[in-house]
Design a protein around this ligand. Structure first.
Ligand SMILES: [Zn+2]
Length: 96
């Protein structure tokens, strides 16, 4: 699980995400399905609020490592989901 705070957290993920065709759709409340169209991989990104802070988890190996030091990273899927959520929020605000 990763606390989402700073824009800089996403710099590397943004570089990686821009090289791949990722599509995002809402899966269930606070859960987004991120599909890498080129590789046909699908991961689920989940957002949680705890004590007013937002945390994100991705089911991929980078987001939820099962080997090595097990330190979760901000992966491109998490980044893509954050962008998606922001875009939806902005559309809603624009509609009001
Ligand atoms: Zn991921």
């Amino acid at each position: 699980m990763i606390q989402i705070q700073r824009r800089e957290q996403f710099t590397k993920a943004a570089e990686r995400a821009s090289k791949e065709k990722l599509s995002v759709r809402r899966y269930e409340p606070h859960v987004y399905e991120v599909t890498n169209k080129a590789k046909a991989h699908t991961y689920l990104v989940r957002f949680e609020q705890r004590h007013g802070q937002v945390f994100g988890t991705c089911t991929c190996e980078a987001g939820t490592p099962t080997r090595g030091k097990r330190v979760p990273m901000v992966c491109k899927h998490l980044f893509a989901a954050v962008l998606f959520v922001r875009a939806v929020r902005q559309m809603r605000q624009a509609a009001h």
